[in-house]
Every structure is written in structure tokens, then in C-alpha cells.
Design a protein around this ligand. Structure first.
Ligand SMILES: [Zn+2]
Length: 258
């Protein structure tokens, strides 16, 4: 205590003692308002989309950016642009994305933060809002199991998390659906390729994913979740794997679509 008093001579020993006691012994450092204030002062929480300071009730994204997210509303329109990506490639029930993003746009930074900046909880937060939208559609309400697109274990270890799992967990929580993260597995790290013929693609897809327990998906409606859909190659491979190994129906939902 005496050392603290020497370091901060302007403050009385009593005040330092009060802060020290309250801070470290009674409430714990994290709970003390002054600690939160100082953390906020030196490490302000910023919105991942606009960069403005967040208020206490906001997490990762400010209410303004959340409200103005460029929703596709594809869950209300079965014959949409995302569904069309898979026409003639794999039989899906429904396909949708939460919002549009373009290269360099504000909302692309959200996806970038989720995937590359370690902000995994952002995925669950946005997933919850996506889940609210999906619940407006009877097509998606008929889903039984939410299944994130798996990363290869080596890649997941390197990144520390699977961003699609976090999105899926938010959606599953909101929709009160089962989350399956131990059935569909990625067994090779090979990138899926799109510039191939349908047959070559099929060969390329073979052996990338597999189901550990095909029976667990039998007769169920599976909703595959990924962060973005661009060429659709990975999602196609996952859907093909499920459909070829068990009697299930498959739909797709991603956060972003270009
Ligand atoms: Zn914002």
C-alpha cells in the first residue's frame, strides 16, 4: 500500500486503500465501475462496421449498423439468387443469405472481423439476428438440425475457431434447434474447386467431407451454415456428402452473399 501511495502521491492512502480493497478483494477487478471506465477509455469498444464507439447495451455492432444491414430477405423468396447458384448442381430444399456485401464495403469488414480478427462471438450475435429472420419463414422453421460447414481440424487449430460454428450456434439458439458439430467432418484439407465439369467436381468433392454417423441425419431437414457463399463449391460438397450418405433433406444459409 505504501508503494502505491509513493507512486500516486496526489491521492491519499485511504483512497488508494479503498480502490485496492474494492478492486482486488471484494468485487474483483472486472466488476469495478472505475476499471470498466478506464478500460473503455484506453480500449474503447468500436462497431465493426462503422467504427463508432459502442454504447453499453451494444455488442460488436452498433444498433444503427444492425438496423441498416442490407438484408436479402431471400428466406421469403424461394427462387432467389443464392438458390440459383446450386441449380443443376445439388438438390437443395431452400437457400438464403442474411445480407449482401460487396468488396471493400462496410459490411464486408464485419465478415472479415469474424473470420480473421478473432471476433468469433460476433458470429453468434449476428447469427441470432439471422435466426429471427429465418423464423419468419415456414420453410426454415421446418429445419430439424443446424450444421456448420466444418473446417479441417488443422485449419481450425491454426485459426483457433470455426467462424461458421459460431454463426450456427447463434442461429440454433435463436431458433431453438439442435446444433450438430460432430457428424459432418472435413477429412482432407484440399480446397474445393469450381472450374471443373460437373463430373470432375463430383470426383473432387469425393472424400473431402464425410458423415461420422449418417443415421443421425436420416429423415431430417438439415440446415448447413457458412459465413459466405461465393462459388458455392464447399457448400455443394457438404450437401452432396449428406445426401449421398443418408436420407436427409438439405437447405443452406450463409451470413453474406456477394
Ligand atoms: Zn456501426
Amino acid at each position: 500500500m505504501a508503494i502505491l501511495a509513493c507512486l500516486f502521491p496526489k491521492y491519499s492512502v485511504n483512497l488508494i486503500e479503498f480502490i485496492f480493497t474494492e478492486c482486488l478483494t471484494k468485487q474483483g477487478v472486472m466488476n469495478l465501475p472505475i476499471f470498466n471506465y478506464l478500460t473503455e477509455l484506453f480500449f474503447p469498444r468500436l462497431c465493426v462496421v462503422c467504427g463508432d464507439r459502442l454504447i453499453e447495451q451494444e455488442q460488436w455492432i452498433c444498433l444503427h449498423c444492425l438496423h441498416h444491414i442490407p438484408r436479402t430477405n431471400f428466406h421469403l423468396e424461394p427462387d432467389n439468387r443464392v438458390a440459383q447458384i446450386f441449380y443443376g448442381r445439388v438438390k437443395l430444399e431452400f437457400a438464403t443469405s442474411f445480407f449482401y456485401f460487396s468488396k471493400g464495403s462496410k459490411y464486408q469488414s464485419l465478415l472479415h472481423a469474424l473470420k480473421y480478427k478473432g471476433m468469433k462471438e460476433l458470429g453468434a450475435e449476428i447469427g441470432k439476428h439471422f435466426g429471427i429472420d429465418l423464423m419468419q419463414s415456414s420453410d426454415f422453421l421446418s429445419v430439424d438440425v443446424i450444421c456448420p460447414v466444418p473446417l479441417h481440424p488443422q485449419k481450425e487449430k491454426k485459426r483457433g475457431y470455426n467462424q461458421s460454428w459460431w454463426v450456427a450456434s447463434g442461429i440454433a439458439l435463436q431458433m431453438q434447434k439442435e446444433l450438430s458439430d460432430d457428424n459432418l467432418k472435413r477429412v482432407t484439407a484440399t480446397e474445393t474447386q469450381t472450374r471443373k465439369s460437373r463430373f470432375e467436381r463430383w470426383q473432387n468433392v469425393e472424400g473431402i467431407f464425410e458423415l461420422s454417423h449418417p443415421d443421425a441425419f436420416a429423415g431430417k431437414h438439415i440446415l448447413l451454415i457458412d459465413d459466405v457463399v461465393t462459388t458455392g463449391a464447399t457448400l455443394e460438397a457438404c450437401a452432396q456428402t449428406i445426401l449421398s450418405q443418408t436420407d436427409a433433406r438439405v437447405s443452406i444459409a450463409t451470413l453474406g452473399t456477394a
